[in-house]
Ligand binder design. Structure first.
Ligand code: SAH
Length: 458
């Protein structure tokens, strides 16, 4: 970008124009839209300039611009329609320290005037750095079509309403309210002289919408914010309330809207935690207050996430909800060791198991798990390592079956701990972060992909 777009405050400021002919008149039509004090230098003025002088819109000094004339002005235009005169005038203005534009001369100008779509106070400026004036005109035409001609007047009406509009919660509903007024009901009502009424109606309609809360049950992925889905990120931008698991790291929560209320409803496998019923009630309560609630769960909400209980309780309460999938920790862990979860010709199935359920250790299809080549991802298994080992050996598993434990998968603190079924309890003892066990998988040996990955965390 060679030119930086800004909007310059011109109210009460001097704008000096050198030239009083047709070229100057064209520029003046634009400049006179502002509240600047405009001074025009030049002999034999165009009749339009005389008219403007008579209307008190500008001051005309009937001689060429001299050194010092432009001093203290905010902007200067050389508009003599004559290269030599323009050059001379621009030199004076620049020596006076005034930001200078030479009309139709990009190279000698310190600033350029963009193509403008004027719906004052809404102004759209379009620039192509002089590279494609035709394109600029085309874009201008399209923007003109896009913005109703009434937009300026509507904006003024809307401006007075801003304090009241703050009664609508910031985000989705407030945006929908303004957009409906500016682009739908407003323009139509304006032609009937009823824009104020339309605004009032639109406001009341959206106030009712406020009472319609909803809940999105959203997967936060394994912890790396870049592994969030776009949908999850967008919902975080919109939510009024975010209720999250203990496993969702701060780096993800930072993506929530600044004004959002953030509540941790953590359920730790061991230690103090929220009761599921209380979490269900919390979701329903907030939705009934009209809030847009994002229930953020680590990984995928449908995998060991108590999704059924929450969905069921929302459904019985008549609260609308949606489920947004996420990257489950098994996927992230497998990726971190450079391995697939299923492999052609070796394992055509992968088991997602938990070694720990509400009643204690969880039983599973141990025989299937011990088949050669079988792959399983074991969630919440840290404390159950010895139990798991015992069961698998009992059902005939090879003691040297590879097992890889991945702690804090996808996070800067990620640790990859390769071992075997025999060594498993030693590895899981003393792990602090969430960890997943990949049974039947060892890290890909000395693979380039893996070196690449671990370097990221070095
Ligand atoms: N819904 C989650 C699982 C929740 S159960 C998902 O799809 O991943 C909690 C268990 O998930 C933890 O005990 C641990 O086994 C696993 N887990 C969650 N995040 C993890 C991470 N970043 N690294 C390793 N394991 C993780």
């Amino acid at each position: 970008m060679k030119h930086f777009p800004i909007f310059v405050a011109l109210t009460g400021q001097r704008v000096v124009v050198s030239g009083a002919g047709e070229c100057a008149v064209a520029k003046l039509r634009l400049i006179l839209k502002t509240e600047a004090r405009v001074e025009v230098y030049g002999t034999s003025p165009h009749t339009q300039i005389t008219t403007w002088v008579n209307e008190g819109k500008l001051t005309h000094i009937p001689r060429p611009l001299r050194a010092g004339d432009a001093r203290g002005a905010r902007l200067f235009y050389a508009a003599n329609d004559d290269a030599e005169n323009d050059g001379q005038a621009a030199e004076h203005a620049m020596a006076d320290g005034v930001l200078t534009n030479v009309v139709d001369n990009l190279g000698d100008s310190q600033f350029i005037t963009p193509a403008i779509v004027d719906r004052d106070p809404v102004v759209v400026a379009i620039g192509t750095e002089g590279a494609a004036p035709v394109l600029a005109r085309d874009i201008k035409r399209r923007v003109e079509e896009m913005l109703p001609t009434t937009l300026g007047s509507l904006t003024r009406i809307g401006q007075k309403f801003r304090a009241r509009a703050e009664m609508l919660p910031m985000g989705r509903i407030r945006r929908a309210f303004w957009s409906a007024f500016y682009f739908k009901s407003g323009p139509e009502a304006f032609t009937r002289g009823a824009a104020e009424d339309a605004l009032e109606d639109e406001f009341n309609r959206h106030l009712v919408a406020v009472t319609e809360g909803r809940v999105d049950l959203v997967g936060a992925g394994p912890g790396d914010p870049e592994l969030l889905t776009l949908k999850a990120r967008n919902l975080l931008h919109e939510a009024d309330v975010v209720i999250h698991d203990a496993l969702v790291p701060p780096a993800v929560l930072e993506l929530a809207r600044r004004e959002a209320v953030i509540i941790e409803a953590g359920k730790r496998g061991f230690g103090p935690s929220w009761k599921q019923d209380d979490i269900n009630d919390l979701l329903v309560d907030h939705a009934r207050k009209g809030h847009h609630v994002v229930r953020l769960k680590s990984g995928d909400p449908g995998i060991f996430g108590r999704l059924e209980e929450e969905a069921q309780s929302l459904s019985s309460a008549g609260v609308p909800f949606a489920i947004v999938p996420g990257v489950t920790s098994a996927s992230a862990a497998a990726a971190s060791i450079g391995q697939p979860l299923t492999r052609r010709g070796q394992n055509s199935a992968v088991r997602l198991l938990t070694a720990h359920d509400m009643k204690g250790y969880a039983e599973a299809d141990w025989r299937g798990l011990t088949a050669p080549g079988a792959v399983a991802a074991i969630y919440m298994g840290k404390k159950a390592a010895r139990f798991l080992q015992g069961r698998m050996l009992m059902f005939g598993a090879d003691r040297l079956t590879p097992v890889t434990v991945v702690e804090n998968a996808s996070q800067p603190s990620q640790r990859i701990l390769p071992t075997t079924l025999m060594g498993l309890p030693d590895v899981t003892d003393g792990l602090e972060g969430p960890a997943i066990m990949l049974v039947g998988l060892a890290p890909r040996p000395a693979a380039d992909a893996l070196t690449q990955l671990t370097e990221d965390f070095a």
